[in-house]
Write a protein that binds this ligand. Sequence first.
Ligand code: ATP
Ligand code: MG
Length: 443
Amino acid sequence: MSKAMKIAIVDDEKDMRQSISQWLALSGFDTETFASAEEALKGLSTDYPGIVVSDIKMPGMDGMQFLRKLKGVDSSLPVIMITGHGDVPMAVEAMRIGAFDFLEKPFNPDRMTELAKKATQARRLTLDNRALRRELSDGSALIKKLIGNSAPMERLKEDILDLGQADGHVLIEGETGTGKTLVAHALHAVGARAAKKFVLVSCSAFDEDTLMRRVFGPAQDDEPIPAIEEARGGTLVLEDIEALSQVLQARLLTAINEQGAPAETRIVAICNLQEQDKTCESVLRPDLFYRLAALRITVPPLRTRGEDILTLFTRLSEQFAEEYGCDAPEVSAQEAAQLLQAPWPGNVRQLINVAERAVLQNRRGTGSIASLLMADTDDSKPAMTTEGKPLKEFVEAFERMLIDNTMRRHKGSIVAVMDELCLPRRTLNEKMAKYALQRSDYL
Ligand SMILES: Nc1ncnc2c1ncn2[C@@H]1O[C@H](COP(=O)(O)OP(=O)(O)OP(=O)(O)O)[C@@H](O)[C@H]1O
Ligand SMILES: [Mg+2]
C-alpha cells in the first residue's frame, strides 16, 4: 500500500469508536473518529481518500440518513455499517441504500480488518481511475480540437493517445497544413509531461549560429535560456527538421546521446517535405534519423479524409460567419462534390482559407465555392483518392453533412430534423449512429 488509506469512524459511543479506531490503527490504517453523523459530514467530501465505518443507531442523524447523505457526497465512497445483533431488516436496508457491507455487533475484529482492506482497495481503484480520467479529459481537450471522424483521423487520434503515453522521441511527418503542429501540441497534452514545458522552435526561422544558441546555448545576455534546457522534463518540438544543417544535426545527435533513458527532454521533430522524391530519411544523417524516428506519426493529407472535408468546411464557415456577423453559406450537393474532389494541396490551412472566403462571398452575395477552389488548383497533386466506391462515399459524406447541419440548425430537436428531412425516427437514429453524430453535441 502506498499512502495509508483513511478510515472515518462514526459512533456516538466513545468507548466503541475508540476501540474500533485502535484496532484499525493497529492494522495499519490512518483513522479519525467522529461522535456524530453531522460532525462527520463536515469532514468528508468527494474524493475522500479512504472509507467510512458508521454505527446505525445514533441520536440526531441516524446511520441510514447519514449513508444516504454520503451517497450524495460521493456515490462510490465505501461505507461499512454496524448493525445490532440479528437486525436483519436493518442490514438489508443498509445494503439497499448502497452500503459497502455491514458488521454485526458484537463484531469480530478480524472480519472488520478484512472488510476494511477490501473497501480501501476498492476506494483506491476508484480514486486512481478518476485521476486517470481527469488527466485524459484535460489532454483530450486538444484532441477534440482535431475535427474529423474519418478512419485516418480516428487512427491519428489513437496514435496520439498511445504515443503520448510513451517516452521515446517522435517524428511527425505530413504535407504542409495537415495539422502537424497541432498534433505536436496534442501529443504533449495527453502525456505524463503535460504539466512540464512545451517549447517549439522552427529550424528554418534562424541562421545556423542563432539556431545553435537558441537550442543549445550558451545564450547571450538578452536571449532566453536554451530551448533544450527550457524544455527539460517536457517536450522540445523542432519544426522543419529537414532544414537543420549538418553541423546542427551533429550537435543534436550529441545532445540526444548525452541524455539518459528515458530521455529528460522528449524531442518531437516535425518534418515538412513537399517534394515527392525527398523524404525525411533522405535529408537527415541516418544515425540522427533513427534516433528521432523511434516513434512516428504521419498526419494524413486532407484529400484522403473524405467526409471530414465537409465537416471541417461546415464548422469553419460557421466560425467565420459568427466572427463576421453574417450567415454561413449553404452547401449544395454539387458544391459538396467539388469540395470532396478538390486536391487540397494546402490541406486544412487551405480549407480554412476557402471557408473564410466563402463566408465573405456569401455576405456579398457573389461568387461560388467552385471559383474559390479553382484559384488554388495544383495539378501535381492527385484528386481525392477514390478507393472502393466513390459515388457511395460522396453520397454518404453529403448525407452526413446534411444531417449535421440540420441538427445544428434545430439545436438537436430530433422531431424538427425528422420533419425537415422527411426521415422516420429509426432511420435518423441509425444514420446518426453510422456517422458518429451525437445529439448531445447540438443541445
Ligand atoms: N483536424 C483539424 N481540425 C481543426 N483544425 C485543424 C485540424 N488540422 C489542422 N487544423 C488547423 O489548420 C491550421 C494548420 O495546422 P498546423 O499549423 O498544425 O499544420 P502544419 O502541418 O503544422 O502546417 P505547416 O506544414 O505549415 O507547419 C491550424 O490553424 C490548425 O489549427
Ligand atoms: Mg506546423
